[in-house]
Design a protein around this ligand. Structure first.
Ligand code: E4P
Length: 217
């Protein structure tokens, strides 16, 4: 399973890249709104650092506007994936953009039918938002299970990108279900590095080693 970082913060992304587990990045208008500077330049720099797929979202809501913005975003860097919301207009724009060879990430997916339609129009990725479903007492991961099952029956090339990830258990379940990608806020990746037994174990190993060295004189 690929790990993407769900952030528009260049510093956070740059800090995570040396870990060797960052396969790509997803941004959205809310994330980009938090950042200072020219959004185009930020996306370009993220692409240079990550050297993998970087989703940048259109703001337009009409078909022509989404297509124009999608083409413009794609021209920033070959790593850019155009992110388009799942609306009627978004689906139409996805058909055109993917037909032109642009990779499209259809976002704000909350149902299996939306995922099926996005795949049919050639989306490179679908982004089901698991955390936001959990927030309204609906099982977000059950949606991933359904999409994995549906896509398994056909030859779609669309990758299932688990989004709105809130904690490491979402990662565990996504991997168990065979999702292609999990996009995680940096805090969720950081949480995967914390295990008290690892800390206690390492402390004991080092203590035992140093004690033996002192005993040897
Ligand atoms: C996905 O690509 C979105 O950027 C993101 O995962 C949304 O997450 P949120 O529900 O935590 O805002």
């Amino acid at each position: 399973m690929k790990f993407f970082i769900d952030s528009g913060n260049l510093d956070d992304i740059t800090r995570m890249v040396p870990l060797g587990i960052v396969d790509g990045v997803t941004t959205n208008p809310s994330l980009m709104a938090k950042e200072k500077g020219d959004p185009r330049e930020i996306i370009r720099k993220i692409c240079q650092v990550v050297k993998g797929p970087v989703s940048a979202e259109v703001i337009a809501t009409d078909v022509a506007g989404m297509i124009a913005q999608g083409r413009e975003l794609a021209s920033i860097d070959p790593h850019v994936v155009v992110k388009v919301p799942f609306t009627r207009e978004g689906v139409e724009a996805t058909k055109v953009l993917s037909g032109e060879g642009h990779r499209v990430n259809v976002t704000l997916i909350f149902s299996p039918t939306q995922a099926l339609i996005a795949a049919k129009v050639g989306a490179a990725y679908v982004s089901p938002f698991v955390g936001r479903l959990d927030d309204i007492a609906t099982d977000g991961m059950a949606l991933i299970e359904q999409i994995v099952e549906i896509y398994g029956h056909y030859d779609f090339r669309t990758e299932i990108l688990v989004a709105s990830v809130r904690h490491p258990m979402h990662i565990v379940e996504a991997a168990r279900m065979g999702a292609d990608v999990c996009t995680c806020p940096p805090s969720v990746i950081e949480a995967c590095f914390k295990h008290p037994l690892t800390d206690i174990g390492l402390e004991k190993f080092l203590k035992d080693w140093h004690k033996s060295q002192e005993a040897k004189g």
